[in-house]
Ligand binder design. Sequence first.
Ligand SMILES: Cc1ncc(COP(=O)(O)O)c(C=O)c1O
Length: 371
Amino acid sequence: MKRYTEQAPGVMNPARIDDWVRPEVRELAAYAVPEAHGCIKLDAMENPYSWPEELAGAWLEVLRHVLLNRYPDGEARNLKDRLATYLELPSGLDLLLGNGSDELIQMVGLTVGGPGRCLVAPEPTFAMYRRIAKITGLEYVGVPLKSLNFDLDGAAMLSAIQGRQPVVVALSYPNNPTGNLFDRGLIAEIIAASPGLVLIDEAYFSFACGTWIDELSRHPRVLILRTLSKIGLAGLRIGMLIGAPEWLAEINKTRLPYNMNSLSQASGAFMLTHAEVFAAQIAQICLERQVLYQALAAMRGLQVWPSRTNFLLLRIPGRADRVFNGLRHQNILVKNLNGQHPLLADCLRVTVGRHEENEAFCAALTMHLCE
Ligand SMILES: Cc1ncc(COP(=O)(O)O)c(C=O)c1O
């Protein structure tokens, strides 16, 4: 029997994964999601509220009529129409749907990625920009935010854009995980200086009340990303890319057929006819954010930043890992950011939950801070 080790020099060895898997993929770890059963789940920026019982009944009735033996509507026409109304999509702009906004970031990468091309992003920011850049053959260039308040470093961003000529600049607005809205004047300068696409990710738009959507008609290379995940439909995986039809037509070529499944299309369309439910829940989350922020700001031994999102970033000098593990032990799940970026040393990110969940978190945190 022929043994792999007997192959001629220069021939790749079928037994060695390293020979075949692209090095960019080999060096990644698969995206890990912790088991959350039975936990107070404050780690993923979800909406903690569910739907009123009578609406849940009406929704199930809609689902009863979905034909699961057929492929979905490949263009998701009904959902798209409802979304255009919900987003108050300005005329002249188009909408592309993704299986979550993550998929749309990937489609952008697949459209413009390739050797010698790069994506610039301020950091720390949403981790998927780096991961997707790598997977789609883009070099990732991170430009540190200012250390005190996580503002954009305008000079550093402009210099990176000038020097690297990126095909994409990705800006999370507001930024995950720092929670702040970057300066609009600086973003305008970045748009003016960028040779390629500027992707403005407005995943947390509903909690921030700031958008670039009205600027799109003046800037055809700017694309806006939105998602239904943060307002209460994370399980449906519905993301939207908004921009000039010419750009979206190109990006659409990278989309796999039927990327939006039938149940998500039907559920999303139904739920958008009851958008007032989301509006009330978002208002409640913003109230709870304020209460939680004040409770954390009053604690000794930690620092908390104001937030325009549905999460708060906190720093617990020297004790973040210990506190994170202690909370985990009590079935309270937050995100440990310590070690992810030098600017996030000793940082945890906590999603705003229901009032009682936030209280349980604060009580547990107080206990760990006293240890
Ligand atoms: C800035 C930002 N963009 C996009 C996403 C992904 O959203 P989706 O659930 O639509 O894939 C997240 C999720 O945390 C995010 O923080």
